[in-house]
Design a protein around this ligand. Sequence first.
Ligand SMILES: Cc1cc2nc3c(=O)[nH]c(=O)nc-3n(C[C@H](O)[C@H](O)[C@H](O)COP(=O)(O)OP(=O)(O)OC[C@H]3O[C@@H](n4cnc5c(N)ncnc54)[C@H](O)[C@@H]3O)c2cc1C
Length: 389
Amino acid sequence: MYLRALRQRSPLPGAVPYLRSSAQRRVVLLSTTSKRLQEKQDAPGQHGQRDGEQRQSKTTSIRPFTVLALFIPLGYAVSWVTGGRTENTASASEDGFVKYTLAIKEDVSATSAIFTLTPMTTSSTLASGPGLERAIRSVQIKQPQLQIARNYTILPSPGSSTEELRFLIRRERKGEVSGYLHRLPLGSKIELRGPVMDYVWPDGVDEVVFLAGGTGIVPALQVAEGLAGQAHVHILCANRSRQDCAGGFSDTPSPKGWFSWLVRSGDNLDSKSETTNESSPIVSIVKTLKHLPNSASTTPDTPKLRVDYFVDEENIFIQPDQVRQLLLSAQPANAGKVTGKRLLLISGPEGFINYWAGPKQWMNGREIQGPLGGVLSTFSLAGWEVVKL
Ligand SMILES: Cc1cc2nc3c(=O)[nH]c(=O)nc-3n(C[C@H](O)[C@H](O)[C@H](O)COP(=O)(O)OP(=O)(O)OC[C@H]3O[C@@H](n4cnc5c(N)ncnc54)[C@H](O)[C@@H]3O)c2cc1C
C-alpha cells in the first residue's frame, strides 16, 4: 500500500537526472566521448605523429585519420551547441551555463568543503525562480575539460546574499567533477546551470522526518528552511566523521535501552555549543534555521526544527528502532484531528538510500522511486509519504 505513496522525483523537463551510478554518469555526459578522443589526440608524444600526418595530408589525399582529426572537434562543437544544451533547454533558465567565481572555500572535514560562488555578472544569477521556495533544488556544475556536469544541491544561506550560491561538496575518490572542483584555486571561474527542482513538496505538510546521510544533509536543510514555522521537521543526520558535525548536539535525549550506549545525546547542550566557535558550518546553519523568526517562538505548538547527529567513525549510527519510535510518536499528537501531510524523506549516498528504503530504479531513461524496500519496508508507515531523494 505504501508503494502508491512513493512519489517520483520530478525534475524540470530536460533536466539531467541523478549521477550516482555509471548509467547515470552516461546520461549526463556532455560530449564526453568526442572530448576524450580530442584529449587523447593532444596527449604528449602523439603530437609528432599527428603533425606528420597533417603535413602529409597537404601533399597527398585526405586519410581517414585526418578526417577524424577534423571532424571530432567539429562534432564536439556541434554537439555542444545542440546536444549538450538541448538536454537542459527546458529548464527554467534555458540559457545554458552561467559563469560564477569561486569566492570562498571552507573546509568542513578532510573530504568535504563548502564552496561559495558569486555570479560574475549581477544579471546572471541562478538563485531565484518561480516555485523554487517549495522545492529541493540543485544546479549542475560543469567540468570543462571533460565536458561533463554533476548536480549539487544549493546550501541554504539564511540571512546572506541571495546572489551567491553555496554548496557542500564531498571529494569523491577519483571523482571527476568533485575532484576537479576541490583542486580549483580561489578566484576560478565555475560554470553552472539550472536550477533543477529535484522534489517539490506538497501543500499542507505538518510533519517531516528526514533521514540524511553525508551531503544528504543539504536537501534536509532546504526543507527545514522552506517549512520553517509551518511544519515540525526532524532531521536524523548521519556523518562519516565528527568534523562533519562539530559542535552539533542532538535534540533527542539519549534513548533508554540496550543500544543507548551507541547514541550520544547532548540533551540541553545545544545552547552551550552556540557560545563556542567550534561549530562546523553545517551545524551553524542548523542553529540559524532554528532561530528563524517564524520558528523561534517558545510556545509548545510552534513547529520546530529538531536535529540529531550520528557519527560513523564513533559507531554512532541511526538505529531503526529510533526511526520507528519517531514515526510512532508523531501519531498521537495528531490523533483525533484533521492532520496535514507527513513526509519521510531519505537522502544521501546510494548505499544509505538502499539500506533505508531500497534502491531507486530506472525506467525509460528516467530514474523512478521503485518499490519501498530496506528497513522502512518493515515498518508500519500509515499516513507517511516516503520519498527517496
Ligand atoms: C540531485 C543531486 C544532488 C546532489 N547534491 C550533491 C551535493 O550537494 N554535494 C555532493 O557532494 N554531491 C552531490 N551529488 C552527487 C554529485 O552529483 C556527484 O555524483 C558526486 O560529486 C560525484 O561526482 P564525481 O564526478 O566527482 O565522481 P564520479 O567521477 O562520478 O565518480 C564517483 C565515484 O564512482 C567511482 N566510479 C567512477 N566511475 C566508475 C565506474 N565505472 N564503476 C565504478 N565506480 C566508478 C569513482 O571512483 C568515485 O568514487 C548530488 C547528486 C544528485 C543527483
